[in-house]
Design a protein around this ligand. Structure first.
Ligand SMILES: *Cc1c(COP(=O)(O)O)cnc(C)c1O
Length: 390
């Protein structure tokens, strides 16, 4: 493997096309290079509060501001688990991919009793199964994934929220690869905890996470009947977030990056940003299908990535390697052992435009051709162009 870092003068620039981390726009990189100021000083607090204000419409949250902290996405998932559940408490996991099992590991680590409603990878979450399980037993929480980046499936959170809202259980959602690219209506859909991270649709480097907590969840979290927790204890965050102040030393450079990224979303307009994600993911899926790939998820596809199976006879590992070495284009493999020769995952989240999608298709076609396939590149580009124009 011989993928290079961006070197000016490369014939083909380095193209980070993973479903996270995603390409960071120049503007966001420059924002990170600003002087590091006091994180409780007036200049920074003003920016911090603006981040809160800009995040709320993206979350669909009118009430309390989200908590922002240094962590990756899994840390944010852990923060949700330790605040909504405790040792001996029962949690229900909606599992249709690889992130449900991560929730399971985190819940088991604190001694929670875990039940799962499982559907095969790429299928939608089994909503009826969740409803049945919630009728059969009392759960402290339901844990679900918004955009299953292992399969490309998008969860119907509106429907799931409706089911969970009828019970005392809290609904905690991993929207690490959703927020900012897939619609989120936390208040309206009744989602009690939304967690996300910086390196996906929010187009920042990895290292910053957030958790947005509903009023229903606050009531429970305040009861103090969970297990031991400290860094991730939302009770520590709450008074600070209410005042518009950071908890712990704020990761100033990362927050400057997030502020700039949120400003970009504001300039485009949230509705336009979400529409762009749908348009680009549909265009890439249509173009790849015309090249001989097939779209993996049977569920509603997530707008933030496209998960493909390779054309017959094309090995996914060889294709991914060829894209990296021949075209400086970095896409993702799978951890599903039985799909590793067929599955390719490409991000459509964050700072991605029409030209990126057409370039992806051009490189996919070239790499397939290099490996002995006979893709109809013109058909692929035409299919994508039609969706892009739509
Ligand atoms: C990328 C991703 C994560 C990432 O977790 P990290 O700790 O930041 O690696 C978690 N959940 C989902 C659904 C993701 O797509």
């Amino acid at each position: 493997m011989n993928a290079r870092f961006p070197i000016s003068g490369d014939a083909v620039p380095y193209r980070l096309r993973l479903p996270g981390p995603t390409a960071v726009p120049e503007r966001v990189l420059r924002a990170m290079a600003q002087p590091v100021v006091a994180h409780r000083g007036p200049e920074f607090l003003e920016r911090f509060r603006d981040i809160h204000a800009r995040l709320k419409p993206i979350l669909g949250r009118a009430g309390a501001a989200p908590h922002l902290f240094a962590s990756t996405g899994i840390g944010a998932m852990e923060s949700a688990v330790v605040n909504v559940a405790g040792p001996g408490q029962r949690v229900l996991i909606a599992n249709n991919g690889q992130w449900g099992p991560v929730f399971r590991r985190l819940a088991e680590a604190i001694g929670a009793e875990v039940d799962e409603v499982t559907t095969p990878p790429g299928s939608p979450v089994d909503l009826e199964g969740i409803e049945r399980a919630l009728k059969a037993k009392a759960y402290a929480a339901v844990l679900a994934v918004h955009s299953e980046s292992s399969t490309g499936a998008l969860t119907d959170l509106k429907a799931l929220g409706e089911i969970v809202a009828r019970t005392p259980a809290l609904l905690a959602v991993d929207s690490v690869s959703g927020l900012g690219g897939a619609e989120m209506r936390q208040d309206e859909w009744g989602i009690d905890v939304v967690v996300s991270a910086s390196q996906k649709a929010l187009m920042c480097p990895p290292g910053l996470a957030l958790a947005s907590v509903s009023d229903k969840a606050w009531e429970v979290i305040q009861r103090d009947d969970r297990g031991p927790r400290s860094y991730f204890d939302y009770r520590r965050f709450r008074p600070n977030s209410e005042k518009g102040e950071p908890t712990y030393t704020a990761p100033v450079a990362m927050l400057n990056a997030l502020h700039e990224a949120l400003t970009m979303i504001g300039e485009e307009g949230l509705d336009a940003t979400l529409a762009r994600h749908k348009r680009l993911s549909s265009a890439l899926a249509a173009g790849a299908t015309a090249l001989g790939f097939s779209v993996f998820p049977k569920a509603t596809p997530s707008p933030t990535l496209v998960v493909l199976l390779t054309p017959e006879g094309i090995d996914a590992g060889a294709l991914i390697e060829r894209l990296a070495t021949g075209y400086n284009t970095i896409v993702a493999a799978t951890r599903f052992e039985d799909l590793k020769h067929r599955m390719v995952r490409i991000g459509t989240m964050g700072a991605v435009g029409d030209g990126d999608i057409l370039t992806d298709l051009h490189h996919l076609a070239s790499a397939v051709r290099d490996l002995g396939g006979r893709p109809d590149e013109a058909a692929g580009l035409a299919a994508a162009a039609e969706v892009l124009a739509g």
